[in-house]
Ligand binder design. Sequence first.
Ligand code: SME
Length: 150
Amino acid sequence: MLAALKPKVTSILEDSEKSVENRLGDVCKLLRESVSYYDWVGFYFKNGEKEELKLGPYAGEPTDHTIIPFGKGICGQVAVSNENFVVPDVAAQDNYIACSINVKSEIVIPLFMNGENIGQIDIDSNTSDPFTADDERFLEFVNEKVAEIL
Ligand code: SME
């Protein structure tokens, strides 16, 4: 099922008629609409030279967390660990920033450009423990494709 989305992701990202911002937003929308347990899908990017993440394009409810310091929350931890972070139950996390009371689980996959961690894709789910290795591999693919157009 996730595999079937790959060509769609690729064709959205390759459409150079649109701004990068709009293409990333369209990818977020596609993912959110296509995967039942993806309830909020967004990109965060390193904010210039600052040790913080800034919210980029997203699909889902607006969030107050448009700036996240490195080390804070799941996103901030991935900014420094450079590793995928799969959270089956957000209530079990001490270092977690809640965006909505409905969120039960989260997955954050770092986005690398020339080997450097420059951002991430973040997905919140209202379902408990829905993410598998397939989600990790799929979202790594999405980030690799995004890196090609940045
Ligand atoms: N839950 C994230 C914050 C970002 S929102 O999910 C949109 C975290 O703990 O870093």
